[in-house]
Design a protein around this ligand. Sequence first.
Ligand code: ADP
Ligand code: MG
Length: 727
Amino acid sequence: MEIIALQTAVEKVPRIGTAYAKRLKKFGIKTVQDLLFYFPTRYDDFSEIISIKDAKQRLGDVVCVQGRITDIESSHTWKNFVNLTQVTIQDDTAEINVIWFNQPYLAKSLKEDNFICLAGKVSLGKDGLFFNSPAYERINDIGENDELTHTGRIVPVYSETRGVTSRWLRYIIKPLLYRFADQIQETLPKEIIKKYKFLPIQEAVWQLHFPDSFEHADAAKSRFSFEDIFLIQLNVLKEKIKLMQKKAAACPMNADLMKSFTDSLPFQLTDSQKKCAFAILKDLEKTVPMSRLLEGDVGSGKTVVATMAALNVVKCQHQVAFMAPTEILAKQHFRSVSEMLKNFDVSIGMMTGKDARISRKGETFEVSKKSFNGDLENKQIDIAIGTHSLIQKGVIFKDLALVILDEQHRFGVEQRDHLIKNKKIVPHLLSMTATPIPRTLALTVYGDLDLSLIDEMPANRKKIKTIIVEPAQRKEAYDFIRKEVEGGKGVFVIFPKIDSLATKAKEALEKNGPVTGSFVPQNYDLGRLGINEVKALKEEYERLSKEVFPDLRITMLHGKMKAAEKERIMLDFKKGEIDILLSTSVVEVGVDVPRATIMMIEGAERFGLSQLHQFRGRVGRSDMQSYCFLFTTDPSMLNRKRLKALVDSNNGFELAEKDLEIRGPGSLYGTQQWGVPDIAMQGLSNIFLVEKTRAAAKEILEKDPELKEYPELKERLKQFQTRIHFE
Ligand code: ADP
Ligand code: MG
């Protein structure tokens, strides 16, 4: 027999083998230890065992009975479509019938005279009481030291995949727990376990899989919840300490300069903007690198605030990198920042993909990438605007003192490392986001960042009117659009997808020839069949430009287009040379077209509330009344409720909370991509837990910043870091 240990690969474990190991890999399970830490998502309460005679009083309840099989039969019914296994079991008090559908193997594994335990709902049929497809377990199989696994107890239910059932997982995990639970190393420091009266890790792992009671399961869960969030805290605080040990260029605030800048703007800053700008400018005066997140709803005016910081840094003779998530946005920032700074003698560069430009004193010219890089290295460019390509290898700033990240919740660890690794002097960091961050996340995932909030809108704004448009009102909406366009306004129409099913089917037909039996009708006309398909960009472009608005200027914009083309279209739209812009979600983030007053969204049910709110924020950017029309093909109540929330609220924070309430955690903040375990995810909404873990992490790190005294914790933290990535 092979010697196996916690770190043994699962394929070496008897009864798992390579086929199962492959399936387990889908869950990220590679070793015995991983398997022991694959926790159930819920439990079935099969803990009550009664005698068969008492089943009479328990109709509809979930209970267990135990008894001997007196009769077993397997047959095919209904023209062989359904296999039926019928069993009778008997205990000292009575007998009861049991049926299972389509589990023919049962007749092979269960035999007459076997003792079995059944767990399920007591049902009433025409022949009396019976169990319909209960969970079962052969008592004969249970070893001397074991107890029931699948019945007669609180039974764990795991998240499953094809071929990996909860039953199989229980069957595999339990013997491993017997053998290895004691070998699991404790990760939490002793003093924390004592202080919070946590179960030791070995016991907690057992109780989480096979709890003695629901209280035991909860106790185990809260221990791991704490542990995971504690690890996030350690991680984030360690990052912070690392950054605090670096130095940054101190840039004294030039109050006169800031005043002449704000005087040059065509509007007054809001109080919130002033407050946030001040906090940032104060941070920049220090030699400790700034790490600040500027949070503000769409349209609240974050770009101006960032531009003030950039101008101040430039006039202290340093360089600034300003990064946007998309090329469209980078180009827009380039134009608006150049415009705002045209009288301040600042040279502004832009690099996106193949495109490089420089703007000085209001004049813009194209340059080669090579000369752009040269200028950057010689400090001929003060502010460089672009996408993430700006901080790639080969792009060298002579003296980078501030990095601004737009629409980026968090700076990716790798990007940040790239900027600060092996450097004594590092740039200040300013991130900006329109995504509201709940307090629990501000204290965990964003715990290393200082927060500034722009919590008011520019005064000239009117509340956007949001309307759910019924199918019958479509024509009315079009008439309204026509009126707005005739008044010189711009209109966005957003589609959840580019092509319709019908187009895809048609393309497939042209390419592959007819496919018989395909579910898509070959005449491509789903509408005629009464299928109410969500409108798609390309078809609607045809329809709107040929039939509905043949006299208006309509253009399409989508992610598959070349960057230069997208830019030209956005510019034309901004200038008023396009009336109606049809687009996929590419306009979601940050595009600024003040003349646009209508945001019309097709298939609105396909988007989250926060995302819809972002779309809506594309209009209402001037003193003109703006509108948001929501079209939906899904009349369900849940969907109504969601869209109604959008009608009722113009506040991104409220909507984010609503999204959380209606769609549950994980719907928000891009949290799914983080790789945070479920247990931690649940804990992340518990402010008390979050505060406790933060205090505990601080305490430990103050005592022992390198975690020298806590080798297991240090190791666990390392594993954790490779798994999670907040961005
Ligand atoms: P966001 O915070 O969504 O990035 P922007 O920075 O793009 O918002 O600003 C949206 C629009 O509001 C821009 O056209 C900008 O010039 C304008 N703006 C910013 N601040 C003010 C203000 N205080 N008063 C009026 N308009 C403003
Ligand atoms: Mg913006």
